[in-house]
Design a protein around this ligand. Structure first.
Ligand SMILES: C[S@@+](CC[C@H](N)C(=O)[O-])C[C@H]1O[C@@H](n2cnc3c(N)ncnc32)[C@H](O)[C@@H]1O
Length: 254
């Protein structure tokens, strides 16, 4: 039984960017090229270290609010749920749930809500359970604790007890952040591989809104493409964030 994780799609994605010389910040253009590319345990975050980091960072908090902006088909939220449960155990992980996932694309949100995620060869990943093991330290059996295989292994369905740990909605990240309380303490904003969809003034707005939303002990997490293809990094620094010792994780200085 094999699942190969994303690098193939990652390369496709990268190649598409290279071809698109006028690439700046255009949802339509990007959507046409490689619409909602995401995959389990996307390697631009060290998920297992990240879970341990969250455990330490929030050890004194009773509740932690996790927002998964641009969650696509939910893969990212489910990855975090599995990582937290694996490293903290179900009981200790409870305070991080429910995760709030949102995305602009209705179809992706519907998929996320259903918990039934298609694994499309050459788009998200090929099937290769060996690689799941290699990349994520999850054994076949561990992964199958959380999902059942569907459609001749062309998809997975998350079990209800996992699905219930996340709420998905269709919403624009800029609208959602405008509604979130200011200075929310103990919050985590995953805003990964999505900044390049925003125009420059929208990126500036997003960084400012994140800064306003983050109270004490709050962090923002970026993805690889946000660093290479948007102004996210410099905008976060400009808005009172600093890098932490975990790659792509920024904390708000209060
Ligand atoms: C490349 S995927 C990233 C998925 C996931 N965060 C990851 O890193 O694997 C980009 C997602 O951003 C979403 N998106 C783009 N602009 C958005 C916006 N303004 N508000 C919410 N979602 C947005 C797209 O619909 C798409 O699902």
């Amino acid at each position: 039984m094999n699942i190969t994780l994303g690098p193939q799609s990652f390369l496709n994605y990268e190649n598409n960017y290279k071809k698109n010389t006028s690439f700046t910040s255009n949802y339509q253009v990007l959507n046409k090229r490689r619409p909602f590319c995401t995959y389990f345990f996307r390697e631009d975050l060290q998920w297992h270290n990240f879970a341990r980091y969250l455990n330490l960072r929030f050890k004194n908090a009773d509740k932690v609010n996790i927002y998964n902006a641009a969650c696509s088909d939910g893969t990212e939220s489910y990855t975090l749920i599995m990582s937290l449960i694996k490293h903290l155990g179900s009981e200790k992980a409870k305070k991080f749930f429910p995760i709030k996932g949102f995305d602009l694309n209705q179809r992706q949100v519907n998929t996320a809500k259903s918990g039934e995620i298609p694994l499309l060869p050459g788009i998200y990943y090929l099937f290769d359970f060996f690689s799941i093991k290699l990349h994520t330290l999850f054994s076949d059996k561990k992964f199958l604790d959380y999902v059942t295989l569907k459609n001749g292994k062309k998809g997975v369905k998350f079990k209800d007890n996992i699905k219930n740990l996340v709420e998905f909605r269709r919403v624009n990240v800029l609208d959602e952040l405008a509604k979130i309380n200011k200075n929310e303490e103990n919050s985590v904003f995953l805003c990964r591989n999505m900044w390049m969809y925003l125009k420059e003034n929208e990126q500036e707005k997003l960084a400012k809104m994140l800064s306003e939303a983050c109270g004490s002990n709050s962090i923002v997490v970026l993805g690889k493409y946000d660093l290479s293809a948007s102004k996210a990094h410099s905008l976060l620094l400009k808005n009172r964030f600093e890098e932490t010792y975990i790659d792509n994780v920024y904390e708000k200085m209060v």
